[in-house]
Design a protein around this ligand. Structure first.
Ligand SMILES: [Zn+2]
Length: 111
């Protein structure tokens, strides 16, 4: 899963990513939402199959590509920093991003 390609596809459905933040934003009404079902206990939050659909349904008629339909956003937290990833490639990138925010952590892990 290529995050850039996915981001482009989401754009066509009037949806924006906000960096790594676990929220999507509607380009039409500017509504933000978390594309996950409510997590129960310590179960991993699972994504709704229509995670890209604006809660106000602005983009309900948008033709989303297969990439968007088959992508499964996952909620991850590393060092208390929440993020949204779409696959293992993204996870590595997100880990790099989190480490880049914390120089101490970089030292700890550079063995
Ligand atoms: Zn909307």
């Amino acid at each position: 899963m290529n995050r850039d390609a996915l981001e482009r596809e989401l754009k066509r459905a009037h949806v924006s990513l906000n960096g790594w933040l676990p929220v999507l934003q509607c380009d039409i009404c500017k509504k933000r939402w978390e594309p996950f079902s409510t997590a129960v206990g310590d179960m991993a939050a699972t994504a709704r199959f229509d995670y890209w659909l604006c809660p106000n349904r602005c983009n309900r008629n948008a033709a989303v590509g297969l990439e968007v339909k088959t992508a499964i956003p996952r909620y991850v937290v590393i060092n208390d920093i929440p993020g949204m990833i779409f696959g293992d490639e993204d996870l590595k990138e997100f880990e790099r991003y989190v480490r880049s925010m914390d120089a101490t952590e970089v030292q700890n892990r550079s063995s």
